[in-house]
Structures are given as structure tokens and as C-alpha cells.
Design a binder for this molecule. Structure first.
Ligand code: ZN
Length: 474
């Protein structure tokens, strides 16, 4: 039988970062996501800088959402000759501008750091282990990428190539996040391939609940929390209030590594509620991230992507992104001044997995003081500093120097943007009858094995866990 689609997994295969899947149909090649791979520095640089296919061969990109592990390598694609459209939601396109510019800035700084270190080593020891490295991409690569975005509303089938249409659905994971379906028609044969993107959870602040899985023949599905059931530890508001009250009582700082986009706005939204109902003391809250300032502006501009509750709040005249002692810190000097400020206060800063950014300074200054709390609000990938903190390592390395981890560590999993195993199975249910095969991506091996087992037992649909570089004909 004539096969009409070929699928190759280039990223987020048996890992959670670097989402990138290639779809070949009708003689053309398309990418689902083009994300940054995060992990050990050298390996990550290598992986991100070198695409496993010619960029010019890609006709179009379909982007599920703005998180950097899904969008962050688009500028590398453009740097290598891609000039086609990037199909996505309006909010995602708007968020990508500040996010990709920020990412370019981090890459530029990172290259500078690596070069300086190599230089110093050379001067001290006469070694020459690393030549000068270039940033994986720069601001100008991002500027060439931004005009390629083509925003499309949800539930609006759009032709993106010969015989191929794209349609998006609410994924409930972050502002503007989508699940997508690519439908390819070749004569009488039609194949529908769904891609979950990252599946969110019901009742998250600001954004709508995820829609169920769209009808399709094949599904590429995330599995981040495939082996886990989120513990029902009470509401986010209750646990956040407890943590802040407990830490404030001992005069400590609450240090919150957070994705500047999405998680930070959700935290602000809940903190706004807590302040307005006097459930936490009137202590300062700093959002120490220039990126968060810019993306909060995008949140204000894209109310079409809100849930009913947030829309109602805005109509009622409340601004959930502003309250009493909340301060957005842009300036580096102001950020550094926080190092000398005594607690209690809350500081929310990026990056969410503690890999880069201003959060490293706050951790460096705060982790050795047992009065402080490090509040982890999101998933922490293997080999990241955030993961070491969550796993309770006594000693952690920050900027290459060892620090004793004495601060309290609290995991606030309720704000997780990812569905747990049960929620994934519920999400999958509406499409299950039509599915011929499910490919699991965006998960570590243990999560994937558990979810595969659960799906096969419950629904009797075959599940494949593809390796990086593996191809399948549909
Ligand atoms: Zn995501």
C-alpha cells in the first residue's frame, strides 16, 4: 500500500527537551516544533547547533507552543537557510518574540563564559582544551525568524502544503498552547496525525482547560508525568500561603525559580489573590526577570487566550498582574541590590530549571541559609541544577563553585503545566477509537514505560517509544 506520511523523531525522544519531529508528506518536509535541547552544556551546544537534516529542505514549521524546549531552536533553522512559514497561535507568536530574543542573549553570554574560562585556563595552565566557541545563535538570527510566524486561530483548518492541512486545539498548558492535527490527503487516502504538544491540566490559573485529544489515525503524545499522579495536597493557594507564612516567620527569603513565561504569571495571579484576601503578610514580591516583564505585557494583550474566570476578573476591573508590593525588576543594578536585602521577601526569577539567568545569583546568595526556602514550581529535567535541588543534593555547584544546600526545599507541583498519568489517559479517551498507534515523546524512559503500559492495558492501542533518529511510515 502506498504510504503517505513518514515521521522521524529528532528531539524529545526518550527525554523531555528539544521537541522536534519531522513529517514528510507529498514530497515535502515539515517540522513539528523546533525546540532547544537542554542538558549538559557541551552536549547541548553540539546538539542545538547542528541540525540532523538540511534546514532548506523544510517547507514549514508547525509550533505547538512558545516554551523554549519547543520553539528555541527556530533561529538555528533560519540561520541554516529555512525561510518558510511558522504556523502557530497568535499568543504563541507574540510570546516567541521576547522569549527567543532572551534565549539569543543567554546563548551569547554562554559563549562568552565558555571562551573566558578557556582563556583563563590557557593563561594559567597552558592548556588549550577548547577553541573559541560561537553563540548557537544571535539576536540577528532571531530578528530574521520573527517575520516568519503565521498566527492562526484555534479550530481553523489551514492549508500549509500540497494536500496538507493544519488545525490547532487548546492544550491548556500555557498561554496560546495548542495540540495540532496534520491531515494529508493523497487521492482517496487520508491520514490524520495528531501531536499533543504539551498537555496541560484542568483548573490552572489564567488559561483554559485542555480540550480532549482530537480525532486522528496516529498520535504523537507527550509523557512528562507518565508514571505519576499529582498528589492532591490541597489548593495551590493554600500551599503557597503556608510556604510564604512559614518562611516569613523565620525571616527568610522565598526564592522561586520559575519559567518567565506562564508559570511566573500564574504565581503572580495566585499571589494577587492571597494578598487581596490578607492570607499572607505584606512582604515585597520581586519578579526579577526582564523577560517576565515583557511577557506579562503579551499576557495583557492576548486576552483571547484566557479562561472565563480571568476574563471575568479583567472585566470587573481587577488587574491580576499588579498588586501592592509587587515589583517588576528590569535593571541589573536593582537585581544585584536584592542580594543585600534582608528577608522576608519573595523573589521570582528565571530560568525555571536553574540553568541560567538571574536565579543563579539568588540561589548562590540564598541556598546556604536555612531560614530561606527554595520553592520549585515546575518540572526539572535530568542533569539540571533544579533537578539536583529537588533531589536533595547536599552540595550543589553554582557558577562552578560548591555550595551547601541548607535552605528548605518545597515542591509546588500543583502549578505543573503537565497532565499526570490519569489526566493524560482522560485526555486521550475521546480519540481512542480511531487511533492505530501512539508514539510517546517528551518523557524520560521510566515515565514512558509506565504510560505505555497504562495505555495498552486500558485502551488496547499499540504504543511505540521512538528513539532519536527513528523513522516510521504511516
Ligand atoms: Zn511546554
Amino acid at each position: 500500500m502506498l504510504r503517505v506520511m513518514k515521521l522521524t523523531f529528532w528531539g524529545a525522544a526518550q527525554t523531555v527537551t528539544g521537541s522536534m519531529h519531522e513529517v514528510q508528506a507529498g514530497g515535502e518536509s515539515y517540522l513539528l516544533d523546533c525546540g532547544t535541547y537542554q542538558g549538559r552544556r557541551r552536549e547541548a551546544r553540539e546538539r542545538n547547533a547542528n541540525l540532523p537534516f538540511p534546514a532548506r529542505s523544510v517547507r514549514a514549521v508547525v509550533l505547538s507552543h512558545a516554551h523554549i524546549d519547543h520553539s528555541g531552536n527556530l533561529p538555528v533553522l533560519v540561520k541554516n537557510g529555512f525561510g518558510g512559514p511558522i504556523w502557530t497561535s497568535a499568543a504563541t507568536a507574540a510570546l516567541c518574540e521576547p522569549m527567543l530574543l532572551d534565549s539569543a542573549h543567554i546563548q551569547e553570554k554562554d559563549a562568552e563564559f565558555v571562551n573566558k574560562r578557556a582563556w583563563r585556563k590557557k593563561a594559567l595552565l597552558g592548556t588549550d582544551e577548547e577553541g573559541a566557541v560561537e553563540p548557537v545563535y544571535t539576536t540577528s538570527n532571531v530578528e530574521a525568524t520573527l517575520p516568519l510566524f503565521r498566527p492562526v486561530g484555534m479550530h481553523t483548518p489551514t492549508g500549509i502544503g500540497p494536500g496538507l492541512t493544519y488545525e490547532s486545539y487548546e492544550a491548556g498548558h500555557m498561554l496560546g498552547s495548542t495540540s495540532v492535527v496534520l491531515e494529508h490527503t493523497d487521492g482517496s487516502r487520508k491520514v490524520r496525525l495528531a501531536f499533543s504538544g504539551d498537555v496541560g491540566r484542568p483548573n490552572l490559573p489564567i488559561i483554559p482547560d485542555p480540550e480532549g485529544c482530537p480525532q486522528a489515525d496516529y498520535l504523537i503524545m507527550e509523557s512528562t508525568y507518565g508514571d505519576r499522579l499529582h498528589k492532591d495536597q490541597g489548593s495551590v493557594a493554600d500551599r503557597l500561603a503556608d510556604t510564604i507564612n512559614r518562611t516569613a516567620a523565620r525571616g527568610g527569603k522565598i526564592i522561586v525559580p520559575s519559567f518567565a513565561v506562564g508559570r511566573t504569571q500564574q504565581l503572580i495571579y495566585v499571589l494577587n489573590e492571597l494578598f487581596e484576601s490578607n492570607r499572607i503578610p505584606n512582604i515585597p514580591v520581586f519578579v526579577d526577570s526582564p523577560l517576565a516583564v515583557k511577557t506579562t505585557r503579551v499576557f495583557r494583550e492576548h486576552q483571547e487566550a484566557y479562561d472565563g474566570e480571568t476574563t471575568g476578573l479583567i472585566r470587573g476591573g481587577d488587574d491580576p498582574f499588579t498588586f501592592g508590593r509587587l515589583k517588576y525588576v528590569q535593571d541589573v543594578q536593582e537585581s544585584k541590590a536584592l542580594n543585600d536585602l534582608r528577608g522576608p521577601f519573595v523573589v521570582i526569577s528565571a530560568s525555571g530549571m536553574c540553568e541560567a539567568g538571574r536565579i543563579l545569583h539568588h540561589l548562590k546568595n540564598g541556598v546556604e541559609d536555612s531560614r530561606n526556602t527554595v520553592l520549585i514550581t515546575g518540572f526539572q529535567a535530568e542533569n539540571t541544577l533544579g533537578r539536583k535541588i529537588v533531589d536533595g543534593h547536599r552540595e550543589i555547584a553554582i557558577f562552578g563553585a560548591p555550595y551547601q544546600l541548607r535552605a528548605e526545599v518545597v515542591k509546588l507541583t500543583e502549578l505543573s503545566g503537565h497532565a499526570d498519568q490519569h489526566e493524560l489517559l482522560v485526555w486521550l479517551k475521546p480519540a481512542i477509537k480511531g487511533l492505530k498507534r501512539i508514539f510517546l515523546v517528551h518523557g524520560e524512559p521510566r515515565q514512558q514505560a509506565a504510560l505505555k503500559l497504562a495505555i495498552e492495558q486500558l485502551y488496547e492501542v499499540p504504543v511505540t517509544i521512538p528513539a532519536r533518529g527513528e523513522s516510521f511510515e504511516l
